[in-house]
Design a protein around this ligand. Structure first.
Ligand code: FCB
Length: 443
């Protein structure tokens, strides 16, 4: 096991221009729920048996109150950038106007980060859809895409020049598939006929917001964040390979191909008509609006085999695995980046999330998470390997700054490089946080 994070001496990731950051998301850390409208995750948390530990986001890491201390923590890590998300239900009222108190909350954060020369990467939608929009159909309703555009318009005007980079959406796959097809994320809707409809409206929302951002914020880098779980066939059989390629199109390519090729994968024709999204004239042009960057989130891979009934089945991930059960397989990270770079004509890439849940123990005021250091070491080197093979990666964000509300897993899974004691709200930098800091400051 490595006790430090290191890169080859000649790595371009050791240049000062390569951006290192930490990432969080509004619902996962903020709390401050009384100062915003309810969102779909509040409702989901209130529904029995949805979140494993029965927890919610009402307080979370209390970042709503502790943001100043948290920015000092970010600064102490020596990072170049901080990726945060804006809570839509905090900044927009039910009638669609700016909620000035909510906007001021973020303006203070942005100004403080800017005063410390920490670049701000803002994500406009990290899954906390206002509940009143869900009551009108949420992402199954095309109108939500226009509501998102209006929100993007108002908030980008309010933020002015304070933002280094805007991402429209975080991981539309998760919103669409986990939220509206598998039902394991909010709003918990189940049905194969819903996933691709929700996905289309999310991608449309992205394209509409890109138009607005290009207009309102021409000096920031504007793009989107996609997650990828590369698909591997269990065997070399034709059946397994075909099933795996279908899964890859269904889960991964579905969200990137429309952005850069202006069309959905060809498997659309194989899906039952009732599962098809309604694509109106001009939609694909809007969706494929040029982006200044592509954000990529990577955690693990998935292995598939062919199946008579279903198109494909995923087999249980082999060891080694993290505490959330995800296989640790850094080679897939390199292969993913190289293959996306070959397949599409891409803008510069930022790794907007990468990290691991580990079974951390706070002992004597320290968390000695050597397993997480190992994960970061191997995955940063996997990124470096991709760069050596010609991929234009400009930055890397650790997920996450601190332990937080891990969606359907509640507070049981810890992804932070900073440990959070949820009773006292005391933060403790883990060994991985110190290792990350050392990597960054030794450039
Ligand atoms: C990603 C999410 C992020 C976090 C990590 C572990 O899918 O974007 O909020 O939960 O997984």
């Amino acid at each position: 096991m490595t006790v430090r994070i290191s890169l080859p001496n000649n790595s371009t990731m050791l240049s000062k221009d390569f951006i290192y950051g930490v990432a969080t998301a509004s619902f996962q850390i903020e709390g401050g729920a009384e100062q915003r409208l309810p969102c779909i995750w509040d409702t989901f948390c209130d529904t029995p048996n949805k979140v494993i530990d029965g927890s919610n986001g009402l307080i979370a890491c209390d970042h709503f109150n502790l943001w100043q201390e948290d920015i000092e923590l970010i600064e102490s890590l020596g990072v170049d950038a901080y990726r945060l998300s804006v809570s839509w239900p905090r900044v927009i009222t039910q009638s669609g106007e700016l909620n000035q108190a909510g906007v001021d909350y973020y303006l203070n954060i942005l100004d403080t980060l800017n005063s410390k020369n920490i670049k701000v990467f803002v994500t406009l939608y990290h899954w906390d859809l206002p509940q009143h929009l869900e009551d009108n159909g949420g992402w199954l309703n095309r109108d939500t895409a226009y509501k998102f555009r209006d929100y993007a318009n108002l908030i980008s005007q309010a933020f002015g020049e304070r933002v280094h980079s805007y991402a429209t959406l975080n991981e539309p796959f998760c919103s669409a598939f986990l939220g509206y097809e598998a039902g394991i994320h909010a709003p918990g809707i189940v049905g194969k006929e819903y996933g691709k409809k929700a996905a289309h409206h999310l991608l449309l929302a992205h394209g509409l917001a890109m138009q607005v951002l290009t207009q309102n914020s021409p000096n920031s880098k504007n793009g989107i964040v996609l997650n990828f779980t590369p698909c591997y066939a269990e065997t070399d059989s034709d059946a397994d390979k075909k099933a795996t390629s279908f899964a890859d199109d269904y889960f991964n390519q579905w969200y990137i191909k429309p952005l850069y090729d202006g069309e959905y994968p060809a498997i659309l024709a194989e899906l039952p008509q009732a599962h098809h999204p309604e694509i109106l004239e001009g939609d694909m042009e809007i969706i494929s609006h040029p982006t200044d960057f592509l954000g990529i989130n990577f955690y693990t891979r998935a292995i598939y085999r062919a199946d008579e009934q279903e198109q494909f089945v995923q087999i249980d991930p082999p060891a080694p695995r993290t505490d959330i059960g995800w296989e640790i397989y850094p080679a897939a990270f390199t292969e993913l980046l190289v293959s996306l770079n070959k397949t599409y004509s891409l803008p510069p890439i930022y790794i907007t999330e990468n990290g691991a849940a580990m079974d951390d123990k706070l002992v004597g005021g320290e968390v000695n998470d050597l397993d997480r250091i190992d994960y970061y070491h191997n995955h940063l080197n996997a990124v470096n390997d991709a760069i050596e093979q010609g991929v234009d990666v400009r930055g890397y964000f650790a997920w996450s700054l601190m332990d937080n509300f891990e969606w359907a897993e509640g507070y049981l899974k810890r992804f932070g490089i900073v440990y959070v004691d949820y009773d006292s709200q005391v933060r403790t930098i883990k060994a991985s946080g110190h290792a990350y800091k050392a990597l960054i400051s030794n450039r």
